[in-house]
Design a protein. Structure first.
Length: 344
């Protein structure tokens, strides 16, 4: 997000980004000395990850009052119940921080919670906090399936699902990285995170609010587990070879299972299908190309939809960040509600 808005690791806007038309105030606010501070709260029951942030170039970016570490610092010991109970104990302190951040916003629409499902500290404490409120939108990353109680814990709270197994497969097969590092995997995650909010940060004449954007993806409250896909895939060290990107090419690739960032099972006896699809297309796009692409996808029957709902793909157009060089003219993010998510 800092790079896409031309903000340095110290929170200072680069000279080339001072006259931009992007909305930096969506995820940042300005301090009295006019440097930018993220609207973020960092929470952990054990100090390793947060200490790594505080020892990174971004150490001075975050508000120190918004960083919460457990006084004991021992974590949950891979015990979901311990993480849950600790989350309940500290929820007043955490909500004081969240209330302060909420009061500082002009128009609070949603609070996003990011955590790892198979990490007892992150998941148990986050669910202990969420037990007291329904005001949070969630994006969860499923992690190490060999950890105990993983499937049990994962049922409690999910919204947008990312899967480490699928991310490693994509890095290996699509980006040709033999041994992907944590930073390379996290870069794929951050790509999804930033792309899902581009219509807010680079607003156009439509799709300027997050709730309205994803409302069509969730027809009933129980069907709220979303999968994601992104193309063309890039990291700092590797760029997947795509000779030419068009709207049709991007939308067609988004429907391919190899670009989906969740490892779903294959059950030949069950005819799995899409419930709803949202494509966020970034770059130089002519709306007429979108209409033609949707027509071609419909003619080729590339997407199988549920029989009791509209068989259509919702498309939101967004600009790309002018501060980041891109090797591709068009890129796209798919957020889909698919019945195959039941196999995760």
């Amino acid at each position: 997000l800092c790079a896409e808005h031309g903000i340095s690791p110290e929170g200072i806007v680069e000279e080339f980004a001072t006259e931009g038309t992007d909305r930096k105030d969506v995820f940042f606010y300005q301090a009295d000395d006019e440097h930018y501070i993220p609207r973020a709260v960092l929470l952990d029951l054990e100090p390793r990850v947060i200490h790594s942030i505080l020892n990174s170039p971004y150490a001075n970016l975050y508000n120190p009052e918004n960083i919460y570490l457990s006084e004991h610092g021992g974590g949950a010991g891979n015990n979901w119940a311990s993480g849950f109970s600790q989350g309940e104990k500290i929820h007043e302190d955490i909500f004081d921080i969240i209330d302060r951040e909420a009061d500082g916003s002009d128009s609070l629409e949603v609070i996003s919670l990011w955590f790892q499902v198979s990490a007892a500290c992150a998941e148990g404490s986050s669910q202990g906090l969420c037990w007291t409120t329904n005001a949070l939108a969630h994006m969860a990353r499923t992690g190490l399936p060999q950890l105990p109680q993983g499937p049990f814990r994962a049922r409690f709270l999910l919204q947008v699902v990312l899967d480490n197994t699928a991310l490693n497969r994509i890095a290996t097969d699509r980006l040709h990285i033999q041994n992907p590092s944590f930073s390379q995997i996290n870069q794929l995650v951050s790509t999804i995170m930033s792309a899902s909010t581009t219509t807010l940060r680079y607003p156009g004449y439509m799709n300027n609010d997050l709730i309205g954007l994803i409302a069509s993806l969730i027809p009933t409250p129980r069907l709220h587990f979303l999968m994601t896909g992104y193309t063309p895939l890039t990291t700092d060290q590797s760029v997947a070879s795509v000779r030419k990107t068009t709207v049709l090419d991007v939308m067609r690739r988004l429907l391919q299972p190899k670009n989906v960032m969740v490892s779903t099972g294959r059950d030949r006896q069950t005819n799995h299908c899409y419930i709803a699809i949202l494509n966020i297309i970034q770059g130089e796009v002519d709306p007429t190309q979108v209409h033609k692409s949707l027509q071609r996808i419909r003619e080729r029957k590339l997407a199988n939809f549920i029989p009791w709902g509209p068989a259509s793909i919702q498309v939101a157009l967004s600009r790309k960040s002018p501060y980041l060089p891109s090797a591709h003219r068009v890129s796209g993010l798919m957020m889909a509600n698919h019945t195959n998510i039941s196999s995760v």
